[in-house]
Design a protein around this ligand. Structure first.
Ligand code: LR7
Ligand code: MN
Length: 583
């Protein structure tokens, strides 16, 4: 079990940064030896191109570390690099504690001015957009649980410094029961009160117990007076001109939720990198009901007249968005039955679309967010809160499609409480079906019900062994044989209508050549490319035959290695059980 990671079933692990940001791009593949050089070169080239297009470094941000004007570290959104081995013992401890407590480099954040400058990363066209003459004002709600002082206050200052006063009604901080150290010394208690004392229209609310981000945001929302609510995570930086493009679509139609371009603030250097307006990614989801990014569909690019026009997005990441306060209220805000973290973003996304609204991304609004690779705070131990939240949203919004999610959690819904109030909201607002949503808003989505085979792929040679994708966050690994666990997750595969063997957005991929005894060629799980080729399989007579003509075989020696060999119809180690879809 040591060298194998089984994920998905227990989703309290925060989905990785890479998955969320670049999950759809091809450059995650690192099983270099398994693909012929031309193919590798092509994929790399493509990856490089996409990366270059997606991330244009702030043009002014050339000099690292120090800005000539102010001399301050990190000015203009530049990177600050620390050689931790050169730190004194004391400083080194601070450095390590910073990472440990925040899952980002607090040491570096603390070095950077709370009011650091950022390059203007907007497209030139953004400065010429005709804004609605009557923009509504906004309450900015920032919730936090044990956030570092520097990242929290830098978020607040970036809002205050870069928002026109008449459009900013107030900033509401909600402390979700931060609990580090004694109250008198906790930087988020009395010291924070002092920090914000002199700031106009900034106030702080505190929850009486740990509520989680959903109910903490609700607390802020109930208290807000602005016409529009804007939610931010507590480690963000708003760039020049961020606010108006979020308000403009709402001024024109109150039934829209608007998200900014969420820019990466590097968790280690705090460099803020801007996204090119030409390559905006929109939100989707997989059938574990986890948010993911994908390229804006051609059709949507064509629908818009100007590159500054808002882009329709099926879903939102969740942390950063603007919404009309009254409409949010009519929609039933967030589901207060959800705990801690997760699911609320898809719940709101589906609700917005199904109940007659639109979810838009504003290409001229840039807000940085520190993406981290793990969650630094405590999670409840006796309950899988992400699953609870996700089942709640599936029950309310997914209709029959919820079965796809349930298959992925082995139909073990757990105790998800009562959702009848939420269903009443859906009824009252006469919201559309999930089928409508998939057909009209997210037609690109792969629907598992259209697949030919599904579930675990169990060996006939060793009937307690299943194909396991052993996916980990930082790359693709060869598939292996692993004791069947019946928990779906990494052992749940689908054969698509186009003969891919899919696990969510990953496809079993074999780069050809026979393995045999010499150099075993492995099957890896690679981002699906929809071009068949190395991702095309047949399942006949219990055998898994690849387009190359070779068949998948479990090693009879160790029950673990899976390789490709000449097909032998009598070899039990080349036979696999897989379920056929009946409808
Ligand atoms: O118990 C908690 N109480 C809190 O107040 C747990 C968290 N929080 C606060 C926390 O301090 C932070 O300000 O909630 C905020 C979000 O938590 P993070 O930053 O630990 O998580 P995240 O950045 O991974 O969160 C993303 O997914 C969440 C799913 O529930 C929420 O939707 C977050 O708002 C969302 N963040 C973003 O969308 C920013 C862009 C990331 C992406 C993609
Ligand atoms: Mn966050």
């Amino acid at each position: 079990k040591d060298d194998i990671q089984i994920n998905v079933v227990d989703k309290t692990d925060v989905p990785s940064l890479v998955d969320r940001i670049i999950g759809v791009l091809p450059f995650k593949h690192n099983a270099d030896n398994d693909h012929p050089p031309e193919e590798r070169a092509k994929a790399l080239e493509q990856a490089r191109e996409m990366k270059a297009q997606v991330q244009v470094a702030a043009p002014e941000a050339k000099k690292e570390h120090n800005d000539p004007k102010t001399g301050g570290p990190g000015e203009m959104g530049n990177a600050v690099r620390i050689d931790k081995d050169k730190l004194s013992k004391e400083e080194r401890k601070k450095y390590d504690d910073g990472w440990k407590n925040n899952a980002f480099n607090q040491y570096v954040s603390d070095m950077i001015s709370l009011r650091r400058s950022l390059a203007d990363i907007r497209d030139q066209e953004c400065k010429k957009v005709d804004l609605h003459p009557n923009l509504p004002d906004a309450s900015v709600i920032i919730i936090f649980h044990n956030e570092a002082r520097s990242t929290l206050l830098r978020t607040v200052y970036s809002v205050l410094d870069r928002s026109p006063a008449h459009l900013l009604k107030e900033v509401i901080l909600v402390d979700d029961f931060s609990d580090k150290g004694a109250l008198s010394v906790n930087h988020l208690k009395k010291p924070l009160d002092d920090d914000i004392k002199s700031l106009i229209n900034v106030r702080i609310l505190r929850t009486g117990k740990r509520e989680g981000l959903i109910r903490a945001r609700l607390k802020g929302a109930y208290d807000a007076k602005g016409k529009v609510l804007i939610f931010l995570d507590s480690h963000c930086e708003c760039a020049e001109g961020w606010l108006e493009p979020l308000l403009d679509p709402i001024a024109r139609n109150p039934k829209v939720a608007v998200v900014p371009l969420i820019e990466i603030i590097d968790d280690s250097t705090f460099q803020l990198t801007g996204t090119s307006i030409q390559n905006i990614q929109v939100g989707g989801f997989d059938w574990n009901l986890i948010f993911n990014w994908h390229v804006t569909p051609e059709k949507e690019m064509k629908r818009r007249q100007k590159k500054t026009d808002p882009i329709r997005s099926p879903t939102m990441a969740g942390g950063l968005f603007a919404i009309d306060r009254e409409w949010f209220d009519q929609l039933g805000m967030y589901d207060p039955g959800m705990e801690i973290w997760g699911g609320e973003n898809l719940e709101l996304s589906f609700k917005v679309w199904q109940c007659g609204g639109e979810l838009l991304c504003a290409p001229c609004s840039h807000v940085g967010h520190v993406f981290r690779k793990r969650s630094p705070y405590e999670w409840p131990k006796n309950i899988n809160v992400v699953k609870k939240n996700t089942v709640r949203l599936a029950e309310v919004w997914l209709d029959d499609y919820k079965k796809y999610y349930y298959e992925r959690i082995a139909n073990d819904l757990g105790d998800f409480g009562d959702v009848s109030d939420r269903l009443k909201i859906r009824e009252r607002l006469k919201c559309k079906s999930f089928k409508w949503f998939l057909e009209n808003v997210y037609p690109e989505q792969f629907v598992p019900g259209e697949s030919l085979y599904f579930g675990e792929i169990r060996s006939r040679g060793k009937t307690n062994i299943c194909v396991d994708s052993q996916e980990i966050d930082d790359g693709d690994k060869p598939i292996i044989g692993y004791p069947c666990h019946g928990q779906a997750g990494n052992q749940y595969f689908l054969m698509s209508k186009t003969f891919e063997i899919r696990r969510e957005d990953k496809c079993l991929d074999y780069a050809g050549g026979q393995s045999g005894l010499g150099q075993p060629k492995k099957v890896v799980s690679f981002s699906c490319h929809s071009m068949q080729g190395n991702q095309m399989w047949a399942y006949e007579n219990d055998m898994l035959r690849h387009a190359s003509g070779f068949c998948m075989e479990l090693s009879s020696k160790n029950d673990k290695d899976v390789y490709m060999s000449n097909c032998e119809p009598n070899n039990q180690y080349q036979k696999w059980f897989w379920k056929k879809r009946i409808n």
